[in-house]
Design a binder for this molecule. Structure first.
Ligand SMILES: Nc1ncnc2c1ncn2[C@@H]1O[C@H](COP(=O)(O)OP(=O)(O)OP(=O)(O)O)[C@@H](O)[C@H]1O
Ligand SMILES: [Mg+2]
Length: 128
């Protein structure tokens, strides 16, 4: 059984990323394995979780474009034991492809938050 939550708004700067970060943290505190996927080239979820997006070795870009195994790019136990992050990269501009990411991450977590440039999709899959 799963539940899907979408956070989306066409307008910029209205709190989509902030909501995704806090929802992700809340789910993790509730001991739901949660993976935040930062699909925004701005990398605000990545920096908001305390990482310097310019000094990361790997990002979601490597998964989408270079075929790097997703587990090699995921940062685990981000602030909480149940919270993981697949960080963003500026290289994502022009490389957005959700379908490949969906299959690459589906077995990684009970909760997946996917963040896009113009909308944040918070996808919470809560297994019972
Ligand atoms: N509930 C809130 N109260 C006050 N300020 C907030 C709140 N939520 C977010 N903000 C602030 O609003 C600004 C924009 O938030 P955020 O980056 O989450 O928006 P966004 O919708 O993801 O933007 P973008 O469209 O650029 O991706 C940030 O400075 C953030 O700190
Ligand atoms: Mg945002």
């Amino acid at each position: 059984m799963s539940r899907v939550i979408a956070i989306a708004n066409q307008k910029g700067g209205v709190g989509k990323t902030t909501t995704a970060i806090n929802l992700g943290a809340g789910l993790a505190v509730a001991e739901q394995r949660t993976l935040i996927v930062d699909m925004d080239p701005q990398g605000n979820a990545t920096s908001g979780l305390g990482f310097d997006k310019n000094s990361l070795e790997r990002s979601v870009y490597d998964v989408l474009v270079d075929g790097t195994p997703v587990q090699d790019s995921i940062l685990t136990h981000v602030h909480f034991p149940f919270l993981d992050l697949l960080p963003s990269s500026q290289d994502l501009v022009g490389a957005l492809s959700l379908s490949r990411l969906r299959s690459a991450t589906s077995s990684r977590a009970t909760s997946i938050l996917r963040i896009q440039a113009t909308a944040v999709l918070a996808r919470a899959r809560l297994r019972r």
